[in-house]
Design a protein around this ligand. Structure first.
Ligand code: FES
Length: 159
């Protein structure tokens, strides 16, 4: 009976090993249009919603994330991930001190994303972006928290 149990566990482990690539998120992704860029005030950090379809194997989820955008001109912008590089909380712009502040452990960042103080091990993570005909397009990516290097966790397949 024990040998049968061991055989079943080994077979199951082998099957999971074989099919696991199908459950990983894919690397293929694209730029997604972000609404509202044209009406942003230049050099004012602004939080915008960002919506996309997240495909994970055969599952599709409609996902809404937020991004921080600093419009420099109608042709240039900086886009930050909203996730704090320390341990993954969501930070905010504090207009009184003109800095990004994370409420969890009080990491403080400049408008260009550099760490001013607190435990954050790296600057804010920028996201790939481009502007075409006045429209902002962004790729959603997530990075491992707590590291001094920016290492992607996984990329999303976006339609
Ligand atoms: Fe932001 Fe810790 S998660 S400072």
């Amino acid at each position: 009976m024990i040998s049968l149990f061991v055989a079943v566990v080994l077979c199951w482990t082998f099957i999971v090993f074989l099919i696991s690539p199908f459950y990983k998120k894919t690397k293929e992704q694209g730029f997604i249009e972000v609404l509202g860029f044209d009406s942003l005030i230049e050099e004012q950090p602004t939080k915008l919603n960002f919506q996309f379809i997240n495909k994970d194997a055969y599952l599709k989820n409609n996902e809404i994330q937020q991004i921080w955008v600093i419009k420099h001109s109608s042709k240039k912008a900086t886009v930050f991930s909203p996730i704090c590089p320390h341990l993954g909380c969501r930070y905010n712009w504090n207009s009184n001190i003109k800095k990004f502040v994370c409420p969890c452990h009080v990491s403080i960042f400049t408008r260009t994303g550099e760490v001013v103080s607190g435990p954050a091990p790296r600057p804010l993570d920028t996201l790939p972006s481009k502007i075409e005909n006045g429209t902002l397009y962004v790729k959603w990516e997530e990075f491992k928290p707590g590291l001094s290097k920016k290492i992607e966790i996984y990329a999303f397949s976006i339609n």
